[in-house]
Design a binder for this molecule. Structure first.
Ligand code: CA2
Length: 144
């Protein structure tokens, strides 16, 4: 059975490409998914990409990933900076975890500089725009 990679997206990321292009660029989550799917297909892996505006749903997605997923790429959105619950869920996941931020969070407001998720992430990519997801998927594929 092909290995499965999860890409999980947190709140407001469904708006990617629609607003604030100066910060987040013009690419959409559909663009992210198309590029990631190509990479996974070429590597013989499956992709499951989801987005939720609800913390509990993201936690449920991470719990579900424990059963069938080889690796997680996660952009937790603003929950990055607030959610110990998402960190705890990721701590129960055994495979590689890569944290992605579209924007250069460390150049932005101080409240975006700390990430709870980084306490678990095996790698963190920030400021590469939506290309960061491709880099993250490549990294997860290289770890499988
Ligand atoms: O840079 C990132 O990827 C972030 O995770 C995006 C989050 C933000 O709270 C984090 O600090 C950094 C926000 C996502 C909101 O996305 C929007 C996209 C377009 C228009 C409005 C919001």
């Amino acid at each position: 059975m092909p290995k499965l990679i999860d890409i999980l997206n947190g709140p407001n990321l469904n708006l990617l490409g629609e607003r604030e292009p100066g910060i987040y660029g013009a690419g959409t989550l559909a663009d992210v998914e198309a590029a990631a799917r190509d990479l996974c297909e070429a590597a013989g892996a499956d992709l499951r990409m989801r987005q939720s505006n609800h913390e509990g749903e993201i936690i449920e997605m991470i719990h579900g990933a424990r059963a069938d997923s080889a690796g997680i790429v996660i952009n937790p959105g603003a929950y990055t900076h607030t959610s110990i619950a998402i960190l705890d869920a990721l701590n129960a996941f055994k495979g590689p975890v890569v944290e992605v931020h579209v924007s250069a969070v460390h150049k932005r407001e101080p409240f975006r500089h700390h990430s709870f998720v980084s306490h678990r992430a095996d790698a963190v990519i920030a400021g590469c725009g939506i290309q960061g997801y491709e880099l993250a998927v490549r990294h997860v594929l290289s770890r499988l």
